[in-house]
Design a protein around this ligand. Sequence first.
Ligand SMILES: Nc1nc2c(c(=O)[nH]1)N[C@H]1C(S)=C(S)[C@@H](COP(=O)(O)O)O[C@H]1N2
Ligand SMILES: [Mo]
Length: 323
Amino acid sequence: MVFVHRRPSWALPERLATPEDAFLNRRVLLKAMGFGLMAAGALGGGLGESLAEAADPTADLYPAKKNEAYKLDRSVTPEEINANYNNFYEFGTYKEIAQEAQSLVIRPWEIEIGGLVDAPMTIAFDDLVRKFPLETRLYRHRCVEAWSMTIPWAGFALNKLVAAVKPQSGAKYVRFETFLDPSMASGQNSFLYPWPYVEGVTIEEAANDLAFIVTGAYDKPLLKQFGAPIRLALPWKYGFKSIKSIRKIDFVAERPVGLWEAIQPSEYGFWANVNPEVPHPRWSQANERVLHTGEVVPTQIFNGYGAEVANLYKGMDPATLYM
Ligand SMILES: Nc1nc2c(c(=O)[nH]1)N[C@H]1C(S)=C(S)[C@@H](COP(=O)(O)O)O[C@H]1N2
Ligand SMILES: [Mo]
């Protein structure tokens, strides 16, 4: 049933199928094609889903070349653990939203980039993702809830996008906004949250090489629960700053107020830099639970990225950089 409503297997260029061969190797694909649509349909939803995934028009971009500068000492969180433990409140306020998130419609997907820039653009994701060479970076991720992961993200530095739109001198902050569509995101029916999800950084933070636009993970296009088709990764900040499923990017003069800051400014501030010394009002931030090992390890200042980002905050009191 799943199969016949999607792109038929004969329309699938072979190069698109190859990155998926962990699930669907060439031999199986050829066999399925040989048996024809009915037989392939009879093989069940599993195969149908794999073909649909392989048909992602950006699948040929992965795996992206690894940037060795971002190697880490810790092991990568296995994909199946990461993909089943997510914060994506648009699809529910608990961690098991992976299934619900499949109703996110990611094509067509346009991103509107504007505000105080000389070269605003509204661009289809499939065009934007081919504007800059993609690279894979191993990043830590530290949620404000005191758990952490290590993810092989793929994408490009945010500063490349910033340069392309030519910010004006009045642009002091970059504001990001997620889609707004309660018909596909059940969580957006909740009036408890001021949708859409918004986050922001200073223009200097956006220029830092660590700020990363993510389009893929685990050597393939982003899974929906990771914030497909395009999200941020700001690894020196608490995870809520790394906004998912971005639709709009604005260069603004005023400091943007994020969704979490709007709800609870005493707990979730604008800076949100990882700092083990500054407790969350309701719990300590000194340690973190490594999601895939259960190990509890000390949290590092700037989540271990001080060498890259500490200069952004020179002269500021580190204790206030949580808020
Ligand atoms: N649009 C949107 N972006 C979001 C969130 C969200 O609920 N909605 N949750 C944030 C939080 S709290 C975290 S920890 C990370 C989780 O990313 P992951 O599910 O890929 O681990 O996404 C962040 N970005
Ligand atoms: Mo988080």
